[in-house]
Design a protein around this ligand. Structure first.
Ligand SMILES: [Zn+2]
Length: 288
């Protein structure tokens, strides 16, 4: 048995989990903002190279660690206490200390969701390898959700490593048998790929992106193939309800593209935590 902070009692244990969740949430908020910029610069460099165009000139260094956190408006660096997850935002009342520009609420939201995700993972799966891995997946799904909402991309740099991680976790059957996980990963990708091309042939429109196939495959790797119909059902229903509500509210037309990734992420998360109880409920409903 690995010693955990829970050896000192549940209060200490959950406090530790909440702090760790908030700190990782703070990292995710930065990742959601920076990763798409890093990727777009990389794609631009690759395109210029492929087209034999001159390089765009030396760009300022920009990566996950550099430059240090600063206000996007006045570029004043953040003080250490402004950088404290959750509290920093509340103490500043959501505004920059120097220029009073509003700090995007997204940072606070990501930190709060990640903290709750950490607490939920440990409460549901225990302070165990399952609990830790459930939280790792939760964190990845939160990052993918916000990146897809902001940029309509699901970066391979997140989807593919976490797909492999799901298969590795299930070598010992942590969430599904290895057999179900391998079939789930390959089957999920193939299924959405077929739907995508059938839809494209029938309507001439593209309803999804390849990132969605990889995200669904990630779901299959973690959950096993048996829970994939539930994931698809839940994601489609949630997406249709949300899209319909936006159309009714006059905030979008039928033609406006809407990312599917956030709904897939939410459905995968729900299935990891409650997939089998939901399946049992459904089967009992069907068979009386
Ligand atoms: Zn500022």
């Amino acid at each position: 048995m690995i010693p955990t902070p829970f050896a000192a009692g549940p209060v200490v244990g959950y406090l530790f989990v909440a702090l760790a969740g908030a700190a990782i949430g703070s990292f995710l908020g930065m990742l959601v903002y920076r990763l798409p910029i890093i990727l777009k610069r990389q794609w631009e460099r690759d395109c210029r190279e492929a087209l034999a165009l001159p390089a765009a000139g030396p760009a300022e260094t920009f990566n996950i660690a550099w430059p240090a956190s600063h206000c996007p408006q006045c570029r004043a660096p953040l003080k250490i206490r402004d950088n404290i997850p959750l509290l920093g935002f509340l103490l500043l009342r959501g505004r920059c200390r120097h220029c009073a520009a509003p700090i995007p609420r997204q940072y606070f939201l990501i930190e709060a969701l990640t903290t709750l995700g950490a607490l939920a993972s440990v409460a549901h799966f225990g302070a165990t390898p399952r609990g830790a891995l459930a939280f790792v997946l939760t964190a990845a799904l939160i990052a993918l959700t916000f990146i897809d909402m902001r940029e309509q991309i699901l970066p391979d740099t997140i989807t593919l490593p976490f797909l492999w991680l799901g298969l590795l976790a299930n070598r010992n059957g942590l969430f599904a048998s290895l057999d179900a996980a391998v079939l789930g990963a390959a089957g999920a990708y193939l299924f959405l790929w077929l739907v995508f091309h059938a839809f494209r042939l029938a309507t001439g429109k593209e309803g999804m992106g390849y990132g969605d196939f990889k995200l669904f495959a990630l779901g299959g790797a973690w959950l096993g193939w048996q829970l994939l119909p539930l994931v698809l059902l839940f994601a489609s229903l949630a997406g249709a309800l949300y899209g319909g509500a936006l159309i009714l509210a006059g905030r979008r037309t039928r033609a406006t593209p809407m990312p599917f990734g956030p709904f897939l992420c939410a459905a995968i998360w729900l299935a990891l935590f409650y997939g089998w109880p939901l399946m049992a409920l459904y089967l009992r409903g069907v068979h009386g």
